[in-house]
Ligand binder design. Structure first.
Ligand code: SAH
Length: 382
């Protein structure tokens, strides 16, 4: 696997100015270029009319190479959910999901092609790790989402109601383990949240980094001075079940992971999110709900229960509705905030844990792109 070429979004503003100077141009050109990419979501030289004609192509090709091309796009939930399958320059495939709600738009991004954590219930976990994504490859998934919303609002293809036309939330819940690609992920968070022209200007509080529980990396993240939400994929309150569901638990146990989570909450003042996929007869017993409730009671925490999305060939299924309701009640009875996540995009394999970049197989979902000519030129900026 090769390393993707350098891209504007890999660099801090100062480094961009230096890169432009090394190309023999005036450093302020880096700011102009940055405004196009981070403020107008374009990488197309033709759009950069404030740059001298002779310079546009050079700067765009040197600093805005197209890292990801949209291989396929699928929509679900009446257009409110859109999954994109991206092909990187070395052929690696990754997926991102755009979810529109009445009051917000969330992009679920991938941080790695594949994943090395091997959680047996997760589609990405089955395939193993291909490689880390670069900072720009991660950021470009969000830029593509912004571009899509902008084009949609401007064009006639409006769908999915009246959701905002800007990306408001980002979750690192696509393919990969973000904290196993620490440096690029933290840089990506900065690019997403620094104000234009440094970055996209999305609020840090609206970014969630989800992890299997890599304890030393959680500690490092707590010291970054970022106000992002930490989500911990717990899935079991006891080591016996968690050793199987989240194999990295053999290295860092439940108690250590939770201790790191509480340290994170203390350092950032941010409520930690505990992810728990409910799996029938595996982790949905009443005693496990009580054990979870007592472990979390009194903490700065919120529990997100996810009905399991069974992956192809899986022997596991989601909990029965009555069992799920009882689980919720028991956790809540300990005074712990708990909600059940809505499962968007199931029929396009765009729901939690379903992302597997299987472009070879035929999907039942409605194929939507890249359809409009305008997209064909503007979307590959990602
Ligand atoms: N590696 C990160 C991000 C993974 S995806 C992490 O583990 O947190 C985000 C969430 O989806 C995780 O909580 C993950 O455990 C969960 N998930 C994975 N497969 C799932 C499935 N088949 N059904 C429901 N949730 C799943």
């Amino acid at each position: 696997m090769s390393r993707p070429p350098r891209h504007l979004a890999d660099l801090e503003l100062g480094e961009r100015r230096q890169a432009v100077a090394e190309l023999g141009e005036r450093p302020f050109r880096a700011d102009q270029l940055s405004r196009h990419y981070f403020g107008r979501y374009t990488d197309s030289a033709a759009d950069m009319t404030d740059l001298p004609a002779g310079l546009r192509e050079t700067l765009a090709s040197e600093l805005l190479p197209r890292l990801l091309t949209e291989e396929r796009a699928l929509s679900a939930d009446r257009g409110a959910t859109r999954k994109s399958v991206w092909r990187a320059l070395d052929g690696a495939l990754v997926e991102s999901v755009l979810m529109k709600y009445p009051d917000r738009v969330t992009v679920c991004v991938s941080s790695q092609a594949g994943c090395g954590m091997a959680c047996p219930f997760c589609a990405t976990g089955q395939a193993g790790l291909t490689r880390n994504l670069s900072t720009a490859e991660i950021v470009s998934q969000v830029v593509a989402g912004e571009r899509f919303l902008l084009d949609e609002a401007a064009g006639s293809g409006r769908s999915g109601g009246t959701a905002p036309t800007r990306v408001s939330n980002i979750v690192f819940m696509g393919m990969g383990e973000p904290l196993a690609n620490y440096k690029n992920v933290v840089a990506a968070v900065r690019r997403m949240t620094d104000p234009v022209p440094g970055g996209l200007g999305i609020s840090q509080r609206s970014v969630t980094v989800s992890t299997v529980g890599l304890v030393p990396a959680i500690g490092k993240l707590a010291a970054e001075g970022l106000s992002v939400t930490l989500a911990v994929s717990l899935h079991a309150p006891d080591d016996e079940a968690r050793d199987e569901l989240v194999p990295v638990n053999r290295r860092w146990k439940v108690a250590e992971v939770l201790s790191a989570a509480w340290d994170y909450a203390a350092a950032t003042g941010r409520r930690v999110s505990i992810e728990y996929a409910l799996i029938k007869d595996i982790n949905d017993q009443a005693w496990r709900a009580d054990m979870l409730g007592s472990l979390l009671a009194g903490r700065l925490v919120h529990v997100n229960l996810i009905p399991l999305n069974p992956t192809p060939g899986s022997r596991w299924t989601a909990s029965l509705p009555g069992v799920q309701d009882e689980f919720v009640e028991r956790v809540a009875s300990h005074g712990v905030a708990v909600t059940v996540r809505d499962t968007r995009g199931q029929e396009i394999d765009g729901a939690c844990g379903q992302l597997a970049a299987s472009v070879a197989t035929d999907h039942p979902g409605r194929r939507v792109g890249p359809a409009r000519r305008h997209h064909a030129t503007s979307l590959p900026l990602a």
